[in-house]
Design a protein around this ligand. Structure first.
Ligand code: HEM
Length: 342
């Protein structure tokens, strides 16, 4: 096997065709513009490949929480986060192009735009961004070809990583609640924790208890205000909270890493959105995008609205200090993987 044949370099290295050259008005920076977008698309391809494989494992009905599969999920999630860090840094290269350099070829691109990146939209959809939560619904598919729209719609209809995470978390309480619950009285750990959380609140934070009850028990706040629809159920949130609080126990270490890596991915994706938006503002100011959106304003709203795992991140509001945590029974400790001496 020859290096260039294996990598199909004849295809990849002949795929840079600047419009300026074709039209007899070459613009030096158009090559950079093409190469950087292609590099992004290749990394999006790898990200989708990893995310699909993670969804495949997470979708198994009996995923064991202490198994090599969970280890594989953590490893691949962490690879995704690392790739995203590289994607954030690539913006530095794009920013070596000045606004005037861009103007030399910008109009030749219309209406092409990163907005038409099918892989980016697929990635958002597979991770968990639903159509109803999207900002800019009126134009997010408008620039795409019908087969591309169909692919995105079917990704939105399939189980997403966020939905599978919810199911997995909902299954977990069997690991911890049953043990401490006297027969027939249900879960005893949770009311104890709620009381300790309440005691930890400063006077000005007392309202947080209603928020706590809406997240973990699904209660409507006394204001009666309609709550935004949530992706994680109260049961799933209790599990995620428990994992965060007792992550030192062997059985919870991998589940904690799953949550941690998802937050890392969300943060890197948001950092990319922020860096891309700032770059756009620096390069085209308040002009509309070539893809037909409002440009910077659209990107600012997408940054604000398209956080995928914000419900996990928000659970940090409900943590209390380690030394105030309810102690776990010996039986529960051994179930969570601690070998009790004696
Ligand atoms: C000169 C550099 C760039 C400019 C001025 C620019 C501008 C824009 C603008 C204005 C939008 C909003 C949609 C629209 O076009 O109306 C957008 C969206 C987008 N751009 Fe760029 N972009 C640049 C570079 C890049 C690069 C290197 C990538 C890498 C793939 C990229 C990927 C995207 C993506 C994925 C979106 C959709 C974001 C979302 O819907 O949240 N852009 N870009």
């Amino acid at each position: 096997m020859h290096y260039s044949d294996y990598l199909q370099l004849d295809k990849i290295l002949n795929a840079q065709q600047p419009e300026g050259e074709r039209l007899g008005e070459p613009a030096h920076d158009e090559m950079l513009f093409i190469v950087i977008h292609q590099a992004y698309e290749l990394w999006f391809r790898q990200l989708l490949y990893e995310v699909d494989s993670i969804i495949g494992i997470f979708g198994q009905p009996m995923l064991n929480d202490n198994s090599p599969e969970l280890q594989t999920i953590v490893h691949r999630l962490s690879r995704c986060a690392t790739i995203l860090k590289v994607l954030v840094h690539q913006i530095d290269i794009m920013e070596t192009m000045t606004p005037m350099d861009f103007l030399d070829f910008r109009d030749k691109l219309r209406p092409a735009s990163g907005f038409q990146s099918v892989q980016f939209k697929l990635l958002e959809a597979r991770l968990g961004l639903k159509y109803e939560h999207r900002y800019g619904q009126q134009y997010y598919l408008s620039q795409l070809r019908q087969p591309e729209v169909d692919r995105i719609k079917s990704a939105e209809a399939a189980p997403t990583l966020l939905e599978l995470l919810n199911k997995w978390l909902e299954r977990m309480p069997s690991v911890w609640t049953d043990v401490d619950s006297p027969a027939g009285t249900g879960d005893s750990w949770f009311p104890d924790y709620r009381q300790r959380y309440q005691q930890s609140l400063a006077d000005v934070e007392k309202g947080n208890l209603e928020y706590f009850d809406s997240v973990f028990s699904g209660k409507t706040p006394s204001s009666g205000e309609a709550q935004p629809s949530r992706s994680l159920s109260p049961l799933a949130c209790r599990s995620a909270l428990f994992i965060m609080l007792y992550r030192g126990y062997p059985l919870l270490q991998l589940p904690f890493q799953v949550l941690h890596q998802l937050l890392e991915i969300d943060e890197q994706l948001s950092t990319w959105r922020y860096r891309h938006m700032s770059m756009v503002s620096r390069i085209i100011g308040s002009r509309i995008g070539t893809g037909g959106s409002t440009g910077k304003d659209y990107l600012a709203s997408a940054l604000e609205r398209h956080h995928l795992f914000r419900e996990i991140a928000a659970l940090t509001s409900f943590l209390i200090e380690r030394r105030r945590l309810p102690a776990l029974s010996v039986e529960m400790e051994s179930r969570l993987g601690f070998v009790v001496a004696g």
